[in-house]
Write a new protein. Structure first.
Lengths: 194, 605
């Protein structure tokens, strides 16, 4: 009994120290993520004045994967004025798994790991696949679906009839106000990946 | 000292609080434990039954759902898709009749997933966890007796709309075999939504291949069949399917020269993937003693759906002339189908629902097998009522904006089909074959429904011919021919009907037309040779029988008849060679034996 009592009291004494420890952590740059070598990358800064387009994806979400050819195509079509990033919010996805995923789906978009969901929070992302568009000053111009291909995880159109990400990029790359700020995405929940 | 005293004080305080909390927890632990939803006790049994069959390594599910960790890392998604009834995929509404492998979740089961997420996904005591299902990574029924691989693979592109591809498997058989089970391994399972295996007894699918073994595109398959021997089996694959041997006595016949055709529905996955299916066949020595058959209700002729129409209804009904046991049901429509209702109206006026689907989804189509066969006495009317949505609100609509849609085989066309697998209850006797009665009644029904439909007339004619009602058979073949002039299959059938009716001149006219339309059509060459020989035109008969035996070198009948015609034409030595060849192929061939004896006797000086 005595030993247990002492142990609990020691735990209690540590609490303030732990709380103190959290402060510098939360003060860390919120848009920090890691490249596949484990180096910290701030995608907004690293986009060097271009519009930053974050695409949240996961390796095992079929809806996310079905978008690969379209995303790759958009990355090429907008390459002069934008910088695309593929963000993997699943902390279990290793650098090697991500590298394999890029190869399998013929992605040439720069990958980022976001294990502590700092980019997820910054982009207000909830789903894979989902897009977030930032201007050069780091302001969030749009977050949400790529288009309306899927209406629910079980129902898709033969082809999308609205193209939100395309419309936003057309406006943003031409210096015009973006037509909408957000639209709910359909896919796999990022909240499950915490 | 002070510090130490303070520590002890804190320890006491904490201990006191902990003790109180413990006392409180203990006081109400029982009811709380009962209400707390855990993975091990509450969810694992549901997950193992309804999720794991597809969600395990090597199967179609994109990730595994076998462990607590698997569930936890998809918890909110699972709670959402179960509540919306997106998963597990199961189309029929719960009803009076139960189906095998029912994946339907009850409202109580769905609520458990919600509560589990609300409770922050507790795992629960390990002792509560049931034994996880074991999935065989190889062939489910053990090593097959015969494994067939598709000759060529098919590459599903990375993107684009769904693809329908047919693989033709040539079965290397030297004699008739009986099949008790077939396992379909479609290849990369995540891309294959469903697959149907069809027995092709007439090489009609092969002819659609650009080169042998290349396969061919197409959502719907049209296979010619022998005049009367319909196959009464569904050979259907969907994700998670575990093959089962056919019920006792219902083995499937496979003859030399038969092909198996696998009709697949494939969905692009974001990367190009090659599909090369395989089929495992399990033989049995038990011949079939029970012969189920497939009855098709349909009303494609009524399918003319205006753009924007949200509630287009198509119905069909058929009164059963024979008592049957309904074994399984397979509804079929394309992307505009929404609600499907199949019912049985009994003679006492009572109506029962055989199947109701309120949210049709082509991607999850399936054959539904009744756990207990449904008794349908003679006089019962089976009916279908399908509702189609050709508006923009139907997001599966392949046309944007919506277009007028008619019946057809393409994905953008529609269909209104309901297949019933039934087993006649009356015994087959020499004077009464319940399968024929059912088939013929249904064929009459289709001709009434579709007076301008080629298949309806052709099928009715074939059944009448099989029963020896030749004048009516000829009439319906002629109507089929008028609808599709020059068609080799109907020319051949009409010629053979005239032949059976002893009208040799007209038989020769139509069989010649068939052989001319398609010189590589064995049946027409053989029948024409036979008709010419029967009418004494031996040189011409020899020419066509030679063509037939060239097309099917293993056919004893063709060899025997060629030998006979040669003998009649005085080509004795060659006749002997072919008659011997016939007996080599079939030592019990009576006609070849008789002719050979006669020729050898005459040949002796």
């Amino acid at each position: 009994m005595r030993t247990a009592g002492l142990a609990t009291s020691r735990m209690l004494l540590f609490v303030p120290a732990l709380a103190f420890c959290l402060l510098p952590l939360s003060a860390r740059a919120p848009q920090a993520a890691l490249d596949l070598d484990g180096k910290t990358v701030d995608p907004i800064k690293a986009s060097r004045g271009k519009i930053a387009v974050l695409i949240f994806v996961s390796t095992d979400c079929p809806i996310s994967n079905r978008y690969a050819p379209l995303l790759q195509h958009m990355n090429e079509a907008y390459s002069t004025k934008t910088k695309f990033w593929l963000v993997y919010p699943d902390k279990r996805a290793t650098a090697q798994e991500i590298a394999n995923h890029l190869k399998q789906f013929h992605y040439s978009i720069s990958p980022l790991r976001d294990p502590d969901h700092s980019l997820v929070k910054l982009a207000k992302a909830a789903t894979t696949p989902e897009a977030a568009v930032f201007d050069a000053q780091g302001r969030l111009l749009y977050h949400g679906r790529i288009d309306n291909w899927y209406e629910s995880p079980a129902r898709s159109r033969t082809a999308a009839t609205t193209h939100e990400l395309h419309d936003v990029l057309e406006a943003a790359t031409n210096g015009k106000p973006t037509p909408l700020a957000s639209a709910p995405a359909v896919g796999c929940y990022i909240s499950d990946l915490e | 000292m002070t510090v130490s005293a303070k520590r002890i004080g804190l320890a006491f305080l904490f201990f006191a609080i902990a003790a109180m909390a413990f006392a409180q927890a203990h006081a109400k632990s029982k009811p709380e434990e009962e209400h707390r939803v855990t993975f091990n006790r509450d969810l694992a049994p549901i997950v193992f039954r309804a999720c794991a069959p597809c969600h395990h390594p090597g199967e179609a599910g994109p990730f595994s759902l076998l462990t607590y960790g698997d569930l936890k890392s998809h918890a909110r998604q699972i709670a959402d898709v179960t509540q919306k009834r997106i998963m597990p995929p199961w189309l029929p509404e719960p009803g009076e009749f139960k189906f095998n492998d029912d994946l339907h979740l009850s409202p109580e089961e769905i609520a458990l997933f919600q509560k589990w997420v609300e409770a922050d996904m507790p795992e629960g005591p390990p002792a509560d966890l049931p034994i996880a299902p074991k999935f065989n990574p190889g062939w489910h029924l053990g090593q097959p007796d015969l494994i067939l691989h598709a000759d060529s693979s098919f590459e599903v592109p990375a993107s684009g709309s769904d693809v329908y591809w047919n693989f033709v498997f040539r079965v290397p058989l030297e004699k008739t075999r009986w099949i008790k089970a077939i396992e379909i391994r479609p290849g990369e399972r995540r891309l294959v939504h469903h697959a149907n295996l069809i027995v092709d007894r007439s090489e009609s699918a092969r002819r659609q291949e650009k080169s042998p073994g290349s396969g061919f595109p197409g959502m719907e398959l049209q296979i010619e069949s022998e005049s009367f021997d319909p196959d009464g089996h569904f050979l259907f694959w969907k994700p998670g399917t575990i093959p089962e041997p056919v019920p006792q006595g219902m083995a499937l016949r496979l003859d030399p020269g038969n092909d198996l055709v696998l009709n697949t529905h494939l969905q692009p996955s974001g990367k190009a993937v090659k599909i090369q299916p395989a089929i495992g066949i399990y033989f049995t020595n038990e011949l079939a003693t029970k012969f189920p058959l497939l009855l098709q209700l349909e009303n494609d002729r009524k399918l003319d759906i205006p753009p924007g129409e949200q509630n287009f209804v198509v119905t069909d009904e058929f009164a059963l002339p024979e008592p049957v046991s309904l074994l399984a049901i397979y509804p079929h429509a394309h992307y505009l189908g929404r609600d499907m209702l199949a019912r049985a109206k009994f003679q006492n006026g009572e109506t029962k629902t055989l199947l109701h689907i309120s949210q049709w989804n082509l991607n999850w189509q399936a054959v539904f097998t009744y756990t207990t066969p449904v008794d349908l006495p003679a006089g019962t009317t089976v009916s279908m009522r399908y509702t189609y949505d050709n508006s923009e609100k139907n997001i599966a609509n392949p046309n944007t904006p919506p277009q007028r849609v008619l019946a057809g085989n393409r994905a953008t066309d529609e269909m209104a089909h309901l297949w019933l697998q039934v087993l006649p209850q009356s015994p087959t006797t020499e004077s009464h074959d319940p399968r024929r009665v059912l088939q013929e009644a249904l064929a009459h029904h289709h001709v009434e429904n579709n007076p301008d439909n080629f298949e309806a007339h052709y099928n009715l004619a074939a059944m009448l011919q099989a029963r020896g009602v030749l004048s009516q058979s000829i009439e319906h073949y002629q109507r089929a021919l008028a609808l599709r002039p020059g068609d080799a299959v109907v020319e051949n059938a009409l010629g053979s009907a005239f032949f059976s009716a002893n009208d040799l001149p007209l038989a020769i006219v139509h069989l010649s037309a068939a052989a001319k339309a398609r010189p590589d059509y064995f049946d027409s060459q053989y029948n024409l040779g036979l008709a010419l020989a029967t009418s004494g035109q031996f040189p011409a008969a020899i020419e066509h029988l030679r063509a037939a035996s060239k097309l099917h070198p293993q056919d004893a009948d063709a060899e025997a008849n060629l030998g006979g015609a040669l003998a009649a034409n005085g080509d004795t030595q060659e006749a002997i060679a072919h008659l011997r060849r016939a007996l080599q192929l079939n030592p019990q061939h009576a006609l070849a034996r008789e002719n050979l004896d006669a020729v050898l006797k005459d040949a002796k000086p």
